[in-house]
Design a protein around this ligand. Structure first.
Ligand code: FAD
Ligand code: PYC
Length: 403
C-alpha cells in the first residue's frame, strides 16, 4: 500500500532566510518551536524565523525519555510545570497533530526513609499548589506495577509519589506539530543553518550571522539548551550553565507489561514502555562536562544493574539502541527564562534533564517575555538574576536524575 504514498505536501517549508524578521528564535527544539507557536497564537506576532543548525527536534527534544509530570516542590516550578502538563492535554487539538499524549500516571519510588519523608512533603506542597499527587504505600505500588520487586535486598520499595495525570507523549510529534502549526501561521523554519555570531550595537541586537548569511532581527530569543553558553558568549555575556551528556536506551519490544511510568531515583534509573513495546530506560548524567551526543558504557551498565534490582524480569531483555543528548544544567536545577544584559535578547535554557515535560508551558511563558519585554507570572521567578541575588529555586530532588 505504501507505493501509493506519493506527492505528500511538505508539513513545513524549506525557505531561504529573509533579510529581516521581527523575532529570530535560535534553536528548533521543542522550547524554541513552542515559543514561536505562542508568539503567533497568543500575541499575533508571526514575522518570526526559527533557526536550527541541524534538523528540527534533533536535539534533546528528539532524544528524551518523554516523561511528563509536574510533581515539583517549589511554587514557581509547580506553576509552570502544571501549566505545561495541562497544555499537553489539549496539544493534539491545539497543533492539529496527534502527539500521542498518554496520561498513564508516573510513580517516583521511595526506596529510603529520606525519600519517604521527602515525597510526603512534596505531596503536601502539591496539594497546596493544586497539583494532583499522593504518597502511596508499597502494596499500591505493586498493584500499579505488577512486574516490580518491592522486597529488593538493598533498597526495598517503601512507597512512592504517584501522579495519576502524568505520563508520556511522542517527542518527535511534539516538534513536528509545533513546526507545522508555525509554518501554517507564515513563520519560517530554517534548518541546516547554524548561528555563528551575534551582532550587537549600543546594547541591542541587530542581526545574527549564520551559515546561510546575515539575518537582521528586532528581537532575538536564544533557546539552544546545551549550547546556551556558546550563544551567550557570541552575544557577549555569560550564563551559569554547565553542559553535560545524558543518555537513554531502549530494549527490544515485548508484550505490554507496564502501563505506568516508574522513576527509581535512589538506585537511579527510570523506565516506561513505549507503544511499540520497547522498554524505554534512562539513568544519570555523565560526571564531567562535555558536548558528545552519545552515551558512555559505564552508564548503561550502572543503569541496567540498578533497574534489574527493582525489575528482575528485565535481566533477560536485549537492549537495541542507546543515545545521548547535551543537557543544560543550572546550579539549582531550575530553568532560566530571562532578559539578558543585551536589551532585546532573551534566553530560555537550563531545563537540564527535565525540560520535555515543560515544552508548552515554557513556550507560553517565553512568548510573553519576548512579546512584552517583561516576564509574566509564569516566568517571573526564573530570571538569571536569581543566581546573583541568591534566590535559588532548588529542585534537585524533583529533577529525579542524578547530577
Ligand atoms: P533541544 O531540543 O536540544 O533544542 C535546541 C536546539 O538548538 C537543537 O536542535 C540544536 O541543534 C539547536 N542549536 C544549538 N546551537 C545552535 C546554533 N548555534 N545555531 C542554530 N541552532 C542551534 N525531559 C523530561 O521532561 N522528561 C524526560 O523523560 C526527559 N528525558 C531525557 C532523556 C535524555 C537522554 C535527555 C538527553 C534529555 C531528557 N529530558 C527529559 C530533557 C529534555 O529532553 C530537554 O530538557 C528538552 O528537550 C530541551 O528542549 P530544548 O528545545 O530546550 O532543546
Ligand atoms: O524529568 O522526569 C524527568 C526525567 C525523567 C528522565 C529524565 N528526566
Amino acid at each position: 500500500a505504501l507505493r501509493y504514498h506519493t506527492g505528500w505536501e511538505r508539513a513545513w517549508g524549506n525557505p531561504e532566510p529573509k533579510k529581516r524578521y521581527d523575532v529570530v528564535i535560535v534553536g528548533a527544539g521543542g522550547h524554541g518551536l513552542a515559543t514561536a507557536f505562542y508568539l503567533g497564537k497568543n500575541f499575533g506576532i508571526t514575522n518570526v524565523a526559527v533557526i536550527e543548525k541541524g534538523w528540527l527536534g534533533g536535539g534533546n527534544t528528539g532524544r528524551n525519555t518523554t516523561i511528563i509530570r509536574s510533581n515539583y516542590l517549589q511554587d514557581p516550578s509547580a506553576a509552570i510545570y502544571e501549566k505545561s502538563r495541562s497544555l499537553y492535554e489539549t496539544m493534539s487539538q491545539d497543533v492539529n497533530m496527534n502527539v500521542m499524549f498518554s496520561p498513564r500516571g508516573v510513580i517516583m519510588l521511595a526506596q529510603t526513609h529520606h525519600e519517604v519523608r521527602g515525597y510526603e512533603r512534596t505531596a503536601h506542597a502539591n496539594a497546596l499548589q493544586g497539583v494532583d499527587t499522593t504518597f502511596i504505600g508499597p502494596e499500591k505500588v505493586k498493584e500499579l506495577v505488577p512486574i516490580i520487586n518491592i522486597d529488593g535486598p538493598r533498597y526495598p520499595v517503601l512507597g512512592g509519589l504517584w501522579q495519576p495525570r502524568g505520563g508520556t507523549a511522542r517527542h518527535d510529534a511534539v516538534a513536528w506539530g509545533y513546526a507545522r502549526a508555525c509554518a501554517g501561521m507564515g513563520m519560517d523554519i530554517i534548518q541546516n543553518c547554524a548561528v555563528q555570531g551575534v551582532e550587537t550595537e549600543g546594547g541591542q541586537v541587530k542581526a545574527v550571522n549564520t551559515t546561510k548569511g546575515r539575518i537582521e532581527c528586532g528581537k532575538l530569543a536564544l533557546v539552544v539548551a546545551g549550547h546556551s553558553s556558546d550563544l551567550a558568549e557570541m552575544a557577549g555575556f555569560r550564563l551559569p550553565i554547565e553542559s553535560v551528556a545524558l543518555q537513554a536506551l531502549v530494549s527490544e519490544p515485548i508484550k505490554p507489561c507496564m502501563d505506568v511510568v516508574v522513576m527509581a531515583n535512589t538506585v537511579h534509573g527510570y523506565m516506561s514502555q513505549s507503544d511499540k513495546g520497547e522498554m524505554v530506560i534512562g539513568g544519570g548524567t555523565d560526571g564531567f562536562n562535555n558536548y558528545t551526543q552519545r552515551g558512555s558504557f559505564h552508564h548503561i551498565e550502572e543503569t541496567v544493574r540498578a533497574l534489574v534490582e527493582t525489575f528482575p524480569m528485565i535481566s533477560r531483555l536485549k537492549m537495541l539502541r542507546q543515545w545521548g543528548g547535551i543537557v543544560d544544567m543550572t546550579g539549582d536545577r531550575s530553568p532560566i527564562i530571562s532578559k539578558t544584559p543585551v536589551g532585546n535578547i532573551f534566553v530560555n535554557c537550563g531545563w537540564g534533564t527535565g525540560g520535555f515535560k515543560a515544552i508548552p508551558g515554557s513556550g507560553w511563558a517565553m512568548a510573553e517575555l519576548v512579546a512584552k519585554g517583561e516576564p509574566g507570572p509564569l516566568a517571573a521567578e526564573f530570571g538569571v538574576d536569581r543566581f546573583r541575588e541568591g534566590r535559588f529555586i532548588d529542585e534537585s530532588v524533583a529533577a529525579g536524575v542524578a547530577h
